[in-house]
Ligand binder design. Structure first.
Ligand code: ADP
Ligand code: MG
Length: 255
């Protein structure tokens, strides 16, 4: 059964100093799916990504990627090589290099930074890089220093870097944070355009953004799944309303 899913978490638990951050978590995702995960602060969303990428080891449970590869036996590097790429909230691009070079340096067959920059870029690499730049809307910025990009553009570049690494599953943590409304909308379009060929998990709490991108939403609460469904279904779910309304400080825009 589990083999039909690109990602399967079963019975996953993780405790930090006695605090149960992830609690008997079961999660299933189809290949090509764009899944949005929401949930209050501290629900365990980032920890879930840490467990998938091998940054954190579960106390118990299984995590399978594709054809029954048990990720819990692999280290972060091995998991990344299997095709799982993660984008953190703060972009980590090479600020002193151009946008083009940032993508070049992320291609899987590149050697050291210096070796790569001083060797000749093959026509195939060039074509691939320009394909990615077009997809992320940064074709015109190819020769700009990454450090000079606007916040949103840096985030798109980082998504492009994951694509250059051949990530099959992209894990994106709060991409809309700090973005303008226009950047947020373009980010939504980009993520939507990647779904199908890639599988994506997007953690987000800006509900306008969630509505733009979401087909299926998973609500995480106290380390397990509270409910799953369409945006409308989860927004009307009593348990979800309770969890969010119990929290006075959620900004108005967030559910
Ligand atoms: P979310 O991303 O949903 O806001 P997190 O996954 O970051 O939540 O955190 C879930 C809980 O686990 C929080 O209470 C957090 O303090 C705790 N936690 C996460 N990572 C660690 C860690 N490395 N060490 C100790 N506690 C952690
Ligand atoms: Mg988080």
């Amino acid at each position: 059964m589990a083999k039909e899913f690109i990602l399967t978490l079963e019975g996953v638990n993780k405790t930090f100093d006695g605090f149960q951050a992830i609690s008997d978590l079961n999660f299933y995702m189809d290949a090509g799916e764009l899944r949005t995960i929401i949930g209050p602060n501290g629900a365990g969303k980032s920890t879930m990504l840490d467990l998938i990428t091998g940054r954190t080891r579960p106390d118990s449970g299984t995590i399978e990627f594709g054809k029954a590869t048990d990720l819990t036996r692999l280290n972060e590097y091995q998991i990344n090589r299997l095709g799982i790429g993660r984008k953190f909230q703060t972009p980590s691009v090479y600020t002193d290099h151009t946008v083009f070079e940032n993508i070049l340096l992320s291609l899987p067959d590149t050697r050291s930074v210096l070796g790569t920059l001083f060797s000749r870029v093959t026509p195939r690499q060039r074509e691939r890089i320009h394909g990615i730049l077009t997809l992320i809307g940064l074709e015109e910025k190819a020769e700009s220093k990454a450090g000079a990009l606007a916040h949103g553009q840096k985030q798109w570049l980082e998504i492009g870097m994951l694509l250059a690494q051949n990530a099959k599953l992209l894990l994106v943590d709060e991409p809309a944070a700090g973005m303008t409304d226009e950047e947020t909308e373009r980010t939504g379009e980009l993520l939507l355009s990647l779904a199908g060929r890639h599988s994506l998990i997007v953690i987000e709490h800006d509900m306008a953004f969630v509505r733009q991108i979401a087909s299926k939403v998973t609500v995480l609460h106290q380390g397990s799944i509270l409910c799953e469904g369409t945006v409308e279904e989860v927004q009307n779910n009593e348990k979800v309303v309770e969890v969010y309304l119990g929290r006075k400080h959620e900004p108005k825009r967030h559910l």
